[in-house]
Write a protein that binds this ligand. Structure first.
Ligand code: ADP
Length: 499
């Protein structure tokens, strides 16, 4: 039961309310009981004062020197039904008591005589002029008794007036208050906890609904979203955050799906060529060694193409997973670019494309040499591939401030403007028919799967640099790589990276 937030909320709510109610009840009870005692005391003082002034003003004239009988007489006239008056002289002798002088039955049913008074009360009154004391319940039903005594002088004679009053009424009132609280507190707690439980249930209902809905969302229906009742409240915000998460998941799922579909599509063509070619060879028995060589060459080319695609895919997969370990070494960028240009010169020559290379001198760099080489080769490879015969590919490598700029400019066929924003996307090829048929011829092992620029850009970025297509039209294309100049302390950097 405590595993439910509803139950826990209700318990907390009820607990806090119980604490507040108890504190409130205790404070109220304390306040009322003090107030009642104060009122009783005030009324005792008032009646003692009234009696004092009564015998002083009314009787003093009549009885110039008040005798015991005069005081008794005054008491008979001056009586209350709910309290008892007793008068003592300064020797603490009881002169008169309203219990004995009145026939009316006072409410006080307790020790109203001097004998029941605490012995030091009268002495205390004489010392300080007045005093209070509470006598505990002597008999059943009498209640505690509050006693007030004061000193008064009539015609020069000292009297001690003592007024006693039962606290039974007050006790009964407090008793009733206690009973009311004993009933009201548990009852209000019960009502509040029921209300709290239903309130918690109602407020948490959207959470339960969202939970049920979220439980039904899987890979197959990632496009579904949680209902957002109120955008501005906390639950609405939670639903929105969850929906955003679903959207991101959906996007990356879509990306993965597209990647898989594109990858299998790219792999299907060379595999189909290899299969078709080998089936033809196997089905014909009267083939010349020339025919076999030709077929094997095709199979070999497709094998190379497959290897390249698989390697590219593997590299991108590791890059995506953040598992590609960049192996840094110190080398000269101008040398790596120069070597790549030399390596591709024969390919360019085959296509009758002229390659020119210019550099502004030594450009030391700390980077992953194999990756940088691959990026340069990808760019050069594209420039040669998409440049028709008699064209040129200009490669320059210079330092501009804190950047190295590698520019590959060709006089090739260019990239249509609508395709330019997409050339760095995986598996994107501006024009499949054009790239494979017009420029390179079918089954060219150099024709990629549209991964070359995606990989080149990733390599630039992993080195905190950038790869951008600066210009591309029918007169050619210009790609520029910028790489930050790294701190280069070593005078003779190792030429070979750890690869
Ligand atoms: P691919 O393996 O097909 O060359 P890339 O990612 O290297 O894939 O290039 C993507 C597409 O960009 C290519 O298919 C091509 O259409 C276009 N492209 C890249 N470089 C050039 C260039 N120098 N000239 C013209 N088009 C290019």
């Amino acid at each position: 039961m405590l595993d439910s937030v509803r139950a826990r909320l209700t318990l907390w709510y009820t607990g806090v309310l119980a604490l507040v109610l108890l504190i409130f009840a205790a404070a109220t009870y304390g306040f009322l009981s003090r107030l009642a005692t104060e009122r009783t005391d005030n009324s005792l003082v008032e009646s003692a004062n009234a009696f004092a002034s009564f015998i002083n003003n009314e009787r003093a004239d009549e009885v110039f020197s008040p005798t015991d009988s005069a005081v008794s007489e005054a008491l008979r006239e001056f009586h209350f039904t709910d309290r008892t008056f007793t008068v003592y002289d300064k020797t603490h002798r009881l002169i008169a008591s309203s219990d004995t002088v009145t026939n009316s039955r006072p409410k006080l049913r307790g020790p109203a005589s001097a004998t029941a008074l605490p012995p030091n009360l009268l002495g205390e009154v004489q010392r300080s002029g007045n005093a209070y004391v509470t006598l505990p319940e002597a008999k059943e039903d009498t209640g505690d008794i509050r006693v007030y005594g004061r000193l008064t002088k009539v015609n020069g004679r000292e009297f001690i007036i003592v007024v006693l009053r039962s606290l039974q009424d007050q006790d009964e009132m407090l008793e009733q208050l206690r009973t009311a609280l004993y009933i009201a507190i548990p009852l209000s707690l019960l009502v509040a906890s029921l209300g709290g439980y239903f309130l918690a249930r109602k407020s948490l209902a959207p959470v339960v609904m969202m939970g049920n809905k979220a439980a039904r969302i899987g890979a197959a229906n990632l496009h579904e979203r949680l209902p957002v009742a109120n955008e501005r409240d906390e639950l609405g915000r939670l639903a929105r955050v969850f929906n955003d998460l679903l959207a991101r998941l959906n996007d990356s799922f879509e990306q993965q799906r597209r990647f898989m579909a594109d990858a299998s599509h790219e792999l299907r063509t060379p595999v189909a060529v290899v299969r078709g070619e080998s089936e033809v060879v196997l089905s014909q028995t009267d083939r010349t060694p020339e025919d076999y060589r030709e077929s094997l060459a095709i199979v070999h080319d497709e094998g190379r193409r497959l290897t390249r695609i698989v390697e590219d895919l593997f590299m991108l997969a590791r890059a995506d997973a953040g598992q590609y370990q960049v192996r840094l070494s110190d080398f000269y960028l101008d040398e790596v670019v120069g070597e790549s240009v030399r390596a591709l010169r024969s390919l360019a020559a085959q296509r009758r494309v002229e390659m020119r290379y210019e550099t502004s001198g030594e450009l030391p760099l700390r980077a992953d040499e194999a990756l940088i080489r691959r990026m340069v080769v990808n760019l050069l490879d594209n420039a040669i591939k998409y440049t028709p015969a008699n064209g040129t590919v200009d490669v320059t490598c210079v330092r501009r401030g804190s950047q190295y700029l590698l520019t590959v400019a060709d006089t090739g066929i260019g990239i249509p403007s609508e395709a330019q924003p997409h050339v760095f996307e995986r598996f994107y090829r501006a024009d499949k028919a054009r790239s494979s048929a017009e420029v390179m011829g079918d089954h060219d092992p150099g024709s990629g799967a549209g991964l070359g620029l995606a990989i080149a850009r990733w390599i630039a970025e992993v080195h905190h640099g950038q790869l951008e297509l600066i210009r591309s039209d029918e007169t050619g294309s210009v790609f520029v790589v910028s790489l930050p100049v790294t701190d280069h302390n070593s005078k003779s950097p190792p030429k070979d990276s750890s690869n």
